[in-house]
Ligand binder design. Structure first.
Ligand SMILES: [Fe+2]
Length: 730
């Protein structure tokens, strides 16, 4: 674990509102926390350097250190078990679809009381399906089938305690009863299967919860009989099996964290650490692709040993935003015994009282999608640079202990479809380097977006800041007071509500400056009953780090079809004129001026810029047009009358046309040649009602703003746009 780190309960707050800080410090003595405002978080010595406004005089506090643990791994916990007998016959049966062959037990269901050594557990392990029964004062009695289950196939497994025959049985079969295998062993008189303990599904309680199961689990049941044919037991609430004590039907409440028992005692439970719901179950036929249409075909939950939701750390202190603190990007700086960390948060303007006519939307949904993205990119060159530049020292490559991002896979190979911000997020830190960038700083997201903040400060342009979550909550009304709304470098992840907010702002005459690439791309889901979490299903198409399984394209959290917004009828070109077209390594090229630069509608954008080549410099990949590129395309919704002022060029063979465009190696959805699609289009769109969009079509644009002491053609273009948009509003 990192010696000193933490997270906040919320990402933004207005003056008068409080943010709670949850800190883990392994230091012996106290740690110090103090306020600072972030202007520029790029430690590259070739650039302007890190700029932080120290505000320790506004807030500084000392707190005793305490380490707070973070336990990964999902399971369901059923505490209300008083109705369950602790003696007599018992059958435990479940359907499982294992996904990870591990050299340890993976517990599917258990009721275990470690202090007394009593209990039962049904698990998968190197010896096959294992049944364990507690024997107080001795090692548990364990019995395995001796045959491991085939990964990614459904099986029914069981454990039977038969006190009349004095045997313990364990078995497995395919769902149709084939491949049946059962073993039995005498039950010693000292065995104590009954335990006054909670039931766990997907793990075993032994002090902490361990032995996490990796895979899908469906219809776990407890029966007060010693069943002779457990493979034939079916969970049907209308025709309950004989002796049913509890049967959890995971097809109920798929959009929440509760698990529902359809048995006689109603032993409902709660999911911990957010396993994946809305996944195909043992009954899935392919007849329906949406869990809402055939819930019993989606009666499984996929558990992972590395799932994480809310770290659940106790609050160390709270910070109340002072009434006079300007809107902006802030950090709480932590320091103790040579260790330090900076926890970012956002101060909004006072509610209903904008402090500027320019608004920056921090792409916090995107930051969250990438939270703790382990890329395997920390080679020697990267580490040397981090040390030499004094960059953020920790990297998710070294810290699986804080959970992964939606760009990673779980240890069992399945994609990570949830990301929580209620945990330390190492990628969400000032001075965090994503790549070793031979020609620049190699920053993305939170840190990369400070290139824009720094430029605004040097230009003397005041700005307010809000987050995606603020936009989600308040919609277009939050944007309406502003003459200009600025995105960051990569506003990629959106809900319908955040898209609606942008669209509503533009429809009301607003002016949006889209300063990134690959924006407005993925659809995400959120839910009020699953706080701090976004869900993404990497369905069908797009540049994907993993692919959602067939039949699992609908979000659990809101029931909507996931994947690209383009495949949900809202391609980014409709909203902002340009949309994702090409991607390559973190390298950048330049734009070449196009005839649109002289179009009377847009010529003012190029005022003072005579160059044919624009942005062949910068701190992100060495140029203004690189890495992820968007193009204008009327067939995908770029509004009529859009003007392309400049297009980028000069990409090597490592750049590729995005897969959702390709029909074959030579043809594309919209008819342009694939090679032609390797470009960013700097585009200006005027909308009916006075609204307008200026889009740069490149993720690396803002890295070029500071070149030559902020005096360059990229900076000039952005300045022209902001000056005009502000003047027109006035
Ligand atoms: Fe992205």
């Amino acid at each position: 674990m990192i010696p000193l780190t933490g997270y906040t309960d919320r990402l933004s707050a207005a003056p008068g509102e409080r943010i709670a800080f949850k800190i883990s410090s392994a230091a012996a003595g106290p740690y110090r926390a103090s306020l600072a405002r972030v202007v520029l978080a790029d430690p590259n010595p070739a650039g302007p350097g890190v700029k932080m406004e120290d505000l320790a005089h506004r807030f500084s506090i000392e707190r005793p250190s305490r380490a707070q643990p973070l336990a990964l791994g999902s399971y369901a916990r059923v505490d209300a078990v008083a109705a369950l007998p602790t003696g007599g016959p018992l059958t435990v049966v479940a359907l499982v679809w294992p996904t990870l062959a591990a050299p340890r037990e993976q517990c599917v269901a258990s009721r275990w009381d470690e202090p007394t050594g009593a209990g039962w557990a049904l698990s998968l392990g190197p010896g096959g399906v294992t049944a364990r029964v507690g024997v107080p004062g001795a090692a548990p009695l364990a019995l395995a089938t001796g045959r491991t289950l085939t990964l990614r196939r459904w099986h029914r497994i069981w454990l039977v305690v038969d006190p009349d025959a004095n045997v313990l049985r364990v078995g497995q079969a395919e769902p149709d009863g084939g491949g049946r295998l059962e073993r039995s062993t005498p039950l010693p008189p000292s065995a104590r299967p009954g335990a006054p303990a909670p039931v766990l599904l997907g793990g075993r309680l032994a002090g902490t919860v361990g032995e996490h199961f990796n895979g899908k689990l469906e219809d776990p049941m407890l029966l007060a009989v010693a069943a002779t044919a457990p493979e034939a037991i079916v969970l049907d609430p209308l025709l309950p099996p004989a002796g049913l004590l509890a049967g959890w039907d995971f097809s109920r409440g798929i959009d929440g964290l509760d698990v529902v028992d359809v048995g006689p005692h109603g032993l409902g439970g709660r999911l911990v650490n957010l396993p994946t719901r809305a996944v195909t179950g043992a009954r899935w036929s392919g007849r329906e692709m949406c869990w809402r249409h055939a819930p019993r075909e989606y009666a499984a939950i996929h558990f992972h040993e590395d799932d994480v939701h809310d770290a659940g750390w106790a609050t160390d202190f709270e910070f109340t935003v002072p009434e006079d603190l300007r809107s902006g990007v802030y950090v709480m700086r932590l320091a103790a015994e040579g260790h330090g960390d900076d926890l970012p948060f956002y101060v909004r303007p006072p509610r209903g009282r904008p402090g500027a006519d320019v608004l920056f939307i921090a792409s916090t949904y995107t930051y969250q999608a990438y939270a703790n993205h382990a890329r395997g990119s920390t080679d020697a060159a990267y580490r040397e640079r981090v040390a030499a530049w004094g960059a953020y020292p920790h990297n998710p490559d070294d810290h699986p202990d804080y959970g992964r991002s939606t760009y990673n896979r779980h240890r069992d190979g399945s994609g990570v479809c949830y990301s929580s911000r209620l945990r330390p997020v190492l990628t969400f830190r000032p001075r965090y380097l994503t790549f070793f960038d031979a020609r620049g700083s190699g920053m993305r997201h939170f840190s990369a977006d400070t290139h824009l903040l720094d430029w605004l400060e040097t230009q003397g342009i005041g700005y307010d800041v809000v987050t995606d979550e603020d936009l989600e909550a308040e919609g277009a009304a939050l944007l309406a007071p502003y003459a200009i709304v600025l995105t960051g470098s990569h506003p990629e992840y959106h809900t319908a509500r955040t898209l609606d907010a942008h669209a509503g702002y533009l429809a009301g005459g607003g002016r949006l400056v889209y300063l990134g690439g690959n924006g407005f791309y993925w659809r995400i889901a959120r839910s009020p009953v699953v706080p701090g979490v976004i869900e993404v299903r990497r369905a069908e198409g797009g540049i994907r780090s993993w692919d959602a399984q067939v039949g699992e394209y609908y979000h659990a959290l809101d029931g909507n079809y996931g994947g690209l917004w383009r495949r949900n009828g809202r391609p980014p070109q409709q909203l902002v004129g340009v949309g994702f077209s090409a991607q390559g390594p973190f390298e950048s090229s330049y734009y070449r001026r196009q005839p649109g630069a002289d179009d009377p509608r847009a010529a003012w954008i190029m005022a003072g810029v005579k160059d044919a080549v624009i942005g062949d410099f910068g701190l992100s990949g060495g140029g203004a047009a690189g890495f992820e590129l968007d193009r204008a395309d009327p067939l995908l919704g770029t509004p009529a009358g859009a003007v392309v002022l400049a297009s980028s060029e000069g990409y090597g063979p490592a750049f590729m046309t995005v897969p959702e465009e390709l029909l074959s190696h030579i043809s594309t959805v919209t008819g342009e040649k694939p090679a032609r699609m390797l470009r960013a289009d700097m585009t200006y769109v005027e909308l009916p009602g006075g609204g307008a969009v200026f889009a740069v079509g490149s993720i690396t644009f803002c890295g070029s703003l500071s070149h030559e002491r902020y005096d360059n053609n990229v900076s000039r273009i952005l300045r022209n746009v902001l000056d005009r948009f502000r003047a027109r509003r006035a």
